[in-house]
Write a protein that binds this ligand. Structure first.
Ligand SMILES: *[C@@H]1O[C@H](CO)[C@@H](O)[C@H](O)[C@H]1NC(C)=O
Ligand SMILES: *[C@@H]1O[C@H](CO)[C@@H](O)[C@H](O)[C@H]1NC(C)=O
Ligand SMILES: *[C@@H]1O[C@H](CO)[C@@H](O)[C@H](O)[C@H]1NC(C)=O
Ligand SMILES: *[C@@H]1O[C@H](CO)[C@@H](O)[C@H](O)[C@H]1NC(C)=O
Ligand SMILES: *[C@@H]1O[C@H](CO)[C@@H](O)[C@H](O)[C@H]1NC(C)=O
Ligand SMILES: *[C@@H]1O[C@H](CO)[C@@H](O)[C@H](O)[C@H]1NC(C)=O
Ligand SMILES: *[C@@H]1O[C@H](CO)[C@@H](O)[C@H](O)[C@H]1NC(C)=O
Ligand SMILES: *[C@@H]1O[C@H](CO)[C@@H](O)[C@H](O)[C@H]1NC(C)=O
Length: 401
């Protein structure tokens, strides 16, 4: 708890956008918990432990909010489109084939919630932990300071069909133009799969680019990702590990490349559907120090705002989704977009954003041949699940355009 004296001191500072309420330990009137560092302000909500605002100045000194979301915390649970805005998918992120997996010879069946058919009206697979996955639930705020916030969740035994209780802590911290996060989860009673991620939607122009409202001109670089996980037509891993040939649609490793570089290439078009919702593998030669300042696993930059983010992580896969499913039905936040510009309505268009997810190899629980059980199956008395990442922001005006 903060002392009144420091409250008064804080109130005297004019922090960006934040209201007076945001200087208390509680949320502001929109349900947002604000944290700050040099160059960055961010707001989080209990719903899904989600990031809801990320404010940074662009190359002209104009403040931009570079993550998608809604104006207030209460709306996240109301909007039926629920695009997993900025949350922590759990207890098992991405897809589980046939909504089933085995541990020690026992088959478990979890809640199917994607790709409904006549035979399977709820769906043929599970996405992001089921209908009531972690990013549909309010976490508990266990700690909130000026530069850091920690959320917790207790996921009961049997919830969405998963075995055993899981207790998790999600900590977000800002420092020097950097957003750090650490996710820890403990399987307290039974062996269970755990895979978390951060499902943040980026538009490094704050949806305020007055020349294009898509993120297709953003440049992406994945220097360690010469391979990706092969998927079928509903994005379920087939077991194949595919090479991203140099110069091919999926090559983001040989050099930085615009997200939209292959959009109008008819040969690439069918591939692009996959390209824009794929798990790239991060191949680093062990031992490595994931925090090493020269070894970011992904770089995204926008030539218009000049904003660049370099992503460092201890994880071994990286999902990229370029918002091909968006269709202009979601309204931008008040902190984003252009006003009174008939060319650019205040909504998120197709390709208007890009989701970047640090995670482990998707659906590896159904691919024991990949040998990732120690990164995906956790039990009482064993090591906890840990995910760490640092997102380092800068202005780069020599970005490729
Ligand atoms: C909160 O963080 C901001 C940005 O780093 C700083 O200006 C302010 O002094 C901090 N307030 C307190 C009470 O530490
Ligand atoms: C919350 O945000 C939504 C979406 O922007 C808006 O429709 C709603 O009126 C807001 N509710 C409150 C209480 O501000
Ligand atoms: C979650 O929190 C939001 C506000 O932050 C609130 O409107 C909503 O009712 C809560 N949902 C549940 C299930 O408690
Ligand atoms: C737009 O996408 C949303 C979410 O996927 C869907 O519910 C809606 O029907 C779509 N609208 C149109 C006009 O395609
Ligand atoms: C899912 O079902 C298909 C078709 O029946 C089968 O080939 C595949 O092995 C199943 N996968 C899992 C993980 O159960
Ligand atoms: C477009 O945005 C840039 C950068 O903020 C600005 O310099 C320029 O004046 C804007 N152009 C128009 C036509 O508004
Ligand atoms: C987007 O990139 C293309 C090159 O791929 C370039 O011709 C165009 O000017 C860029 N537009 C903006 C708004 O940056
Ligand atoms: C800026 O982006 C260019 C093009 O991707 C890259 O070569 C350069 O290293 C970047 N500069 C910094 C300081 O990150």
């Amino acid at each position: 708890m903060r002392l009144n004296a420091s409250l008064a001191a804080l109130a005297a500072l004019s922090l960006p956008i934040a209201s007076a309420d945001s200087t208390t330990d509680g949320p502001d009137e929109n349900g947002l918990y604000w944290i700050y560092s040099e160059g960055l302000s961010a707001a989080f909500i209990a719903y899904g432990a989600s990031i809801s605002r990320l404010l940074i100045n662009d190359q002209y000194g104009i403040q931009r909010d570079i993550v998608a979301g809604f104006d207030n915390a209460s709306y996240y649970g109301i909007d039926q489109q629920h695009p997993h805005f900025g949350g922590v998918p759990g207890r098992y992120a991405n897809r589980i084939q046939n909504s089933t997996f085995e541990i020690d010879g026992v088959a478990y069946h979890v809640d199917p919630n994607e790709h409904p058919t006549d035979a399977e009206p709820n769906g043929v697979n599970t996405l992001h932990g089921g209908h009531d996955g972690w990013d549909y639930r309010n976490f508990t705020v266990v700690s909130h300071t000026n530069d850091s916030i920690t959320f917790s969740i207790v996921d009961p035994d049997g919830k969405e069909g998963f075995p055993g209780e899981v207790v998790s802590y999600i900590t977000y911290t800002l420092r020097d133009y950097t957003w750090d996060f650490k996710m820890v989860a403990l399987a307290t009673t039974k062996k269970t799969p755990i895979m978390l991620s951060s499902h943040t939607y980026w538009n490094l122009d704050g949806f305020a680019n007055n020349e294009t409202n898509t993120a297709l001109n953003h440049t992406l670089y994945l220097p360690y990702s010469g391979q990706r996980i092969g998927v079928d037509n509903i994005l379920i891993p087939t077991g194949d590990i595919l090479a991203n040939k140099e110069g091919s649609v999926n090559d983001f490793w040989s050099a930085p490349k615009q997200i939209g570089a292959s959009l109008n290439d008819p040969e690439a078009f069918t591939l692009l559907t996959h390209m824009t919702d794929n798990a790239w593998i991060i191949n680093r030669e062990a031992p490595y120090n994931w925090r090493d300042g020269s070894s970011y696993v992904a770089r995204l930059q926008s030539p218009w705002s000049g904003i660049q983010v370099d992503i460092y992580t201890d994880q071994d896969a990286f999902q990229v989704y370029s918002c091909n499913g968006q269709n202009g039905t979601i309204t931008l936040k008040e902190t984003q977009g252009l006003d009174d510009n008939p060319d650019f309505p205040r909504t998120i268009p197709q390709y208007g954003c890009i989701v970047l997810e640090v995670e482990d190899w998707i659906d590896a629980i159904n691919h024991p041949e990949w040998g990732r059980a120690d990164k995906q199956i956790f039990g009482p008395g064993g090591d906890p699940y840990v995910l760490q990442a640092s997102y380092v922001f800068s202005i780069n005006t020599t970005a490729t355009s």
